[in-house]
Write a protein that binds this ligand. Structure first.
Ligand code: NZQ
Ligand code: ZN
Length: 395
């Protein structure tokens, strides 16, 4: 087991009617003015936004509103938020929505609390030295941003859009309000993309090069089986509270660092492959991950067969075959069959990206390798050529 630091400062308020506590939770933070940040229409339509603002008003907390966050949240709106926070003297950000709204809030927090160009933090030119405090009322179980140190923003200001992350403990949410009932209005595609993303946050960590992590592996394997079981239940019964609750809590635990304790950090190649697809084709993050995972797994498993064997046995629970290779491949196929069963894509065509030319594949790979300045993944280090191979094979 490797040395590690585990830091999860987010206060979690979980369960039915949890959002009624939001005013009191914000008050605890001792702030003067809140920016309530939200997405397109769902939080308005469900009445959640009204309930949240009523809770703030009941505590005598003043606030301003900024909606319009879209999936793959855009830098242009982040800039608008920073301007508004400075004008209004905002000192707390309340995200009401999913990963996109939370990430947009974190980015506004970085941009407001630091001088200079906010995109620098995503280009890794410099690190944020501060962030306005952020709290979240979560409406979709997926990205795990409510407990993660990560924030992913899409720069829509250049011809080729860029989707990049900034990771810092400064941006971690002070609190996360999680009522599983709020996720019952999600369309099936978003629920299931969310389940894939949750699983991938654990799988990216599970596929690593460190041995002897019995406890971390056990937590990960259980989390993955639990999400699969409950994702299937939600296909037929989207209003099943317990299934929503299991998935929602898994979403936070999957990305708060718990399933990475003692590892080397994990592989993360699929996330990088997806981020390029997200920037170029604006696809839903979890669905994009499902579309590349199987191809990635077949491309890299020979570099660490014991890990893939453990995955096949303990997560996918496949029958032992006559050779390890067959068991491993059966494990990969079983995961793809699971993705299909929850109506998730297992290749780019099913994701809605078809007929990529070789030039387009090379361009994607060039950008994903940051103009050939980096490799991605740890199971197998992938440079531009290998990245292009995976995009080509994933069609
Ligand atoms: O805008 P509205 O109308 O709210 O619609 C949203 C959006 O269209 C809808 N939705 C959310 N809650 C709903 C609902 N619809 C009905 N009922 C509800 N209760 O769902 C759609 C997706 O929302 P979004 O916030 O985009 O989902 P998600 O949480 O999957 O976030 C995706 C973003 O997070 C990033 C992704 O790359 C992507 O940009 N990620 C962030 C991470 C992090 N910060 O730690 C890690 C992840 O790996 C990921 O990269
Ligand atoms: Zn993700």
């Amino acid at each position: 087991m490797n040395n590690f630091t585990y830091y999860t400062p987010t206060k979690v308020v979980f369960g039915k009617k949890a959002e009624e506590q939001v005013g009191a939770l914000v008050k605890e933070q001792g702030c003067k003015k809140v920016l309530v940040h939200y997405g397109g229409s769902s939080a308005k339509k469900s009445g959640l936004l009204d309930r949240v603002t009523a809770s703030l008003e009941a505590e005598g907390i003043s606030y301003v509103m900024l909606g319009g966050v879209v999936p793959n949240p855009r830098l242009a709106l982040v800039r608008k938020g920073i301007e508004l926070c400075r004008q209004e003297g905002v000192d707390f950000l309340l995200a009401v929505g999913g990963g996109s709204v939370i990430d947009s809030s974190k980015a506004i927090g970085y941009g407001t609390a630091n001088e200079g160009e906010v995109w620098d933090f995503y280009e890794k030119i410099r690190k944020p030295a501060a962030c306005l405090p952020v709290g979240a009322v979560l409406t979709i179980a997926a990205a795990g941003s409510e407990m993660s140190h990560s924030c992913v923003i899409t720069n829509d200001e250049e011809k080729n859009w860029k989707k990049k992350g900034c990771s810092s403990d400064l941006g971690r949410c002070r609190f996360a309000v999680m009522n599983p009932e709020l996720t019952m209005t999600l369309p099936e595609y978003q629920t299931q993309s969310g389940c894939v993303d949750i699983m991938m946050h654990t799988m990216e960590r599970y596929f690593n090069r460190v041995e002897n992590m019995e406890l971390t592996d056990g937590i990960s394997e259980n989390l993955l089986r639990t999400v699969m079981k409950n994702a299937r239940i939600l296909m037929d019964d989207p209003e099943n509270y317990d299934a929503r609750a299991e998935v929602m809590w898994a979403g936070s635990l999957s990305h708060n660092g718990l399933t990475g304790c003692g590892t080397d950090g994990g592989d993360w190649a699929c996330h990088q492959l997806e981020h390029e697809l997200g920037a170029t084709y604006d696809v839903t993050h979890g669905a994009g991950l499902a579309a590349v995972w199987g191809t990635w797994a077949r491309y890299v498993w020979r570099e660490k067969p014991d890990r893939f064997l453990k995955f096949a046995r303990n997560v996918m629970q496949v029958q032992e075959m006559e050779s390890d290779e067959k068991t491993i491949l059966a494990g990969i196929e079983a995961m793809e069959a699971f993705y299909r069963s929850i109506h998730m894509p297992v290749n780019l065509r099913e994701l809605g990206i078809s007929g990529l030319t070789e030039e387009e594949i090379q361009d994607l790979a060039y950008r994903c390798s940051y103009q050939e300045t980096r490799t991605i993944g740890c199971i197998k280090k992938l440079g531009r050529k290998e990245i292009a191979d995976i995009y080509r094979l994933a069609q």
